[in-house]
Design a protein around this ligand. Structure first.
Ligand SMILES: Cc1ncc(COP(=O)(O)O)c(C=O)c1O
Length: 440
């Protein structure tokens, strides 16, 4: 199978120049740090483009809708890329929807997902022109129907289901199994369909939606998911006379964080999915269907890196050597949250001598360790270290813990680097704070 970017640890354009210095998108990392400061998130445009191009090629001849899962990394610039690449967006909050809306994104190409959409958020989504909802629960179905009734419109919906498939991935990011906070299980689904058929006249059931989990390395779960969804669609047609034509199998395609990760090519995933779609569409007599996928991590994960500056260090007597950097759990919560592993490189490798070190974040938590016991050329204060594969679920999960400012984000392409998110300022950090009258 053709190799795809998600099978690499590094962004496609990442290389060492003649002086042994790391560059991405034709830009020297040390120069980027000089120009934009440290720590810094860097995104390689070429890698994002390549993944989307390969997804389209791999799903060639399928009626496919690529709905980028914006939770992975969402900014105005990302919306522009997705619009240009003709991808839709999967949004799960009014904030994500708003970012798309003010970026002039085509809101007809947005699906609104999420397990606790508020009435206000649903109202905003309808007002901003969203045309497809994945309904997750009974309360939301009622809210959405009421809002659409008031506006005399009929909204296309999918039902989010839990198909009962377990993926061999980290338990915190499994969502497709039965004990899940997301969606309807295959027993409850009849109650919601009855409501839609008999009471919720402003909802138009178009299809089913499932998401199996994240960082998935096997294709058979998608095959099984398609089988379950299409079988259910046939049952719904037979029992309720409703013909469904949208089948959304969510995201989850895995990427390579460390050498031991063996993610499959996007072409492998597409092959299994296309074969399953053909087989089960025939078996369950489903015609003219649309396949929706919601990849997040595999589109932006490999494209992004985070560069930190080395600060203090501590040698524990007869123990570890800790090297601290100017970032950590507030710009990348994944190691502390679920023990995620990363690969790293020094931007300039000055020393031939190697040492085993533990890279610690700057935040006041003992758990703020970015990588444990890694072999690197000897490091000194001021050196730059590059963490690969931080493009997904890092900036989007960033916080201001310890009142540290959020880093800037730049995009690089063919030797050009441009800011896509400014470094947060102290004014921005404190602008929402209010001193109440009682304290004046
Ligand atoms: C419903 C849904 N779709 C898509 C995604 C994106 O998953 P990934 O980034 O693993 O592709 C998620 C992630 O949690 C999700 O919950």
């Amino acid at each position: 199978m053709e190799r795809t970017a998600n099978q690499n640890v590094k962004p496609l354009t990442c290389k060492r120049d003649e002086n042994g210095e790391l560059q991405i998108g034709g830009c020297k990392i040390s120069k980027l740090i000089k120009d934009f400061g440290s720590p810094l998130y860097i995104y390689d445009y070429e890698t994002i483009h390549s993944v989307i191009k390969d997804l389209k090629k791999a799903f060639n001849n399928t009626n496919i809708h690529i709905m980028y899962a914006s939770k992975a990394f969402m900014t105005k610039a990302v919306c522009k890329i997705m619009q240009k690449e003709n991808c839709g967006l999967d949004c799960v909050s009014s904030g994500e929807l708003y970012t798309a809306y003010i970026s002039d994104f085509d809101m007809q190409n947005v699906i609104f997902n999420g397990n606790n959409k508020t009435k206000e958020e649903i109202d905003m989504a309808v007002k901003w022109g969203v045309k497809l909802f994945s309904v997750d629960n009974f309360l939301e179905a009622k809210f959405l129907n009421d809002i659409c009734k008031n506006k005399s419109i009929k909204m296309d919906i999918l039902l989010r289901i839990t198909p009962g498939i377990e993926c061999h991935t980290h338990e915190y990011i499994q969502t497709g199994h039965l004990d899940s906070k997301f969606g309807f299980d295959l027993i409850q689904i009849d109650s919601i369909i009855n409501l839609i058929k008999n009471e919720y006249q402003n909802l138009n059931l178009r299809g089913l939606h499932a998401h199996l989990g994240s960082q998935i390395f096997q294709t058979d779960v998608y095959r099984d998911c398609i089988k379950i969804i299409l079988k259910e669609a046939k049952r719904i047609k037979n029992e309720y006379g409703l013909t469904l034509d949208i089948f959304n199998i969510g995201g989850g395609i895995g990427i390579k964080y460390v050498e031991t990760d063996k993610p499959l090519s996007l072409f492998d995933f597409a092959k299994t999915i296309k074969e399953a779609l053909k087989k089960y569409s025939e078996e369950y007599d489903i015609k003219n269907s649309h396949l929706y996928i919601e990849p997040g991590r595999c589109i932006v994960g490999t494209a992004g890196v985070t560069v930190y500056t080395i600060g203090s260090s501590k040698q524990v007597p007869n123990g570890r050597k800790y090297i601290s950097v100017d970032g950590g759990m507030a710009d990348n919560i994944r190691p502390a949250l679920y023990g995620a592993d990363y690969s790293v490189d020094l931007v300039k490798q000055c020393s031939q001598e190697q040492e085993t070190v533990t890279i610690a974040g700057r935040y006041c938590e003992s758990g703020d360790i970015l990588i444990k016991d890694v072999n690197l050329p000897k490091i000194k204060h001021g050196d730059l270290i590059c963490f690969y594969d931080t493009g997904a679920y890092c900036y989007s999960m960033a916080s201001n813990y310890n009142r540290v400012l959020k880093p800037a984000v730049v995009m690089v392409k063919e030797g050009n680097a441009e800011l896509i998110v400014k470094r947060q300022s102290f004014e921005e950090l404190t602008e929402s704070d209010v001193i109440p009258e009682m304290l004046k």
